[in-house]
Design a protein around this ligand. Structure first.
Ligand code: GDP
Length: 300
């Protein structure tokens, strides 16, 4: 918890720190306070839609004389944010299929490879056999990175030459995972975002092969988003949601950013479970997303 708290320190300052300076010690809340609060929420990347929702709730409470002081406002806000973060939480049930196929998508640089490595380490630690497939054949560096993670975590990595057909890698990855009786197959995909149509076609093709070889696969389509990009992460979520059936989100780089409020926007606006959060570059820095713990780390 301390580690999470530390990682979230900038977001705590930009969000809760400013809220506290605005409301703590206030004996009375008025419309002006809520207006200032609105600005804080928006600049802390909570998102316009979610901010409007929260402010409306606070206005309602205020009109019913239920917001008597700063402490009450802070508590209501905390409760309402937690409610929105908690609605869709579901940990990934990797035991529900064998091999459980995870397709990882997201634009370059968001932390896709690192997240795959961290997941591989976690599943291996749990005694699961993991195969990684380097489906991003456009960047040689991506496959190399994946191989380094494979060595580090003792997982097999299936890769082809740079420029190879991603579908062929996926096909071989599936064959390898089945032959080696792997518990989990994690497939990296290219993060080039030239046009939405291309992206959609490419992801569709990869999915088709997975489903043909293992009916029902991929069992998880995990979208990786970089929290430090704030509102950009929201646009990416929107784009990928249209291009693929995203079933879960991993939100990276929450450490060292003041834009961590974006978690609320993502949960509230997309209703896709945030499965994991990244709070550092280390192998242990990928945590299950636990809304109560997260909100406590911000508000305590
Ligand atoms: P990819 O292009 O999406 O595969 O991105 P990479 O996995 O190569 O990550 C890009 C950079 O982000 C690397 O330097 C990673 O160490 C770093 N990174 C990934 N996740 C996190 C995180 O949760 N916190 C921090 N601080 N850095 C991260």
């Amino acid at each position: 918890f301390e580690r999470l708290r530390q990682g979230l320190s900038k977001t705590r300052d930009s969000l809760v720190g400013r809220i506290d300076r605005l409301v703590l010690g206030k004996k009375e809340i008025d419309a002006d306070t809520l207006e200032e609060l609105e600005e804080i929420l928006i600049t802390a990347d909570i998102g316009v839609q979610t901010t409007v929702e929260l402010i409306r709730i606070l206005e309602e409470r205020l009109s019913r004389n239920e917001l008597n002081d700063g402490a009450a406002l802070r508590q209501t806000l905390k409760d309402e944010i937690l409610k929105r973060l908690s609605r869709d939480v579901r940990p990934l049930a990797v035991d529900s299929a064998s091999p459980f196929v995870i397709m990882v998508i997201g634009v370059n640089g968001v932390g896709k490879t690192t997240t795959i490595g961290k997941l591989a380490a976690r599943f291996s630690r749990e005694g699961k056999k993991v195969v990684l497939a380097a489906g991003d054949t456009f960047r040689a560096a991506a496959a190399e990175q994946l191989e380094i993670w494979g060595e580090r975590t003792g997982c097999d990595v299936v890769r082809h030459k740079e420029g190879a057909d991603p579908s062929a890698v996926v096909f071989d990855g599936i064959k390898a995972a089945v032959a080696r009786k792997a518990d989990v197959l994690i497939v990296d995909t290219a993060g080039r975002l030239h046009t939405k149509v291309n992206l959609m076609e490419e992801l569709k093709k990869v999915r088709r092969i997975m489903d043909r070889e293992i009916p029902g696969a991929p069992h998880e389509t995990l979208l990786v988003l970089d929290a430090a990009t704030g509102q950009n992460a929201l646009s990416q979520a929107k784009l990928f949601k249209e291009a693929a059936e995203v079933t879960g989100i991993a939100l990276t780089k929450l450490d060292g950013t003041a834009k961590g409020g974006i978690v609320a926007a993502i949960c509230n606006e997309f209703r896709i479970p945030v499965r994991y959060i990244g709070v550092g570059e280390g192998v242990d820095d990928l945590r299950d997303f636990d809304p109560a713990e997260f909100v406590d780390a911000l508000f305590q």
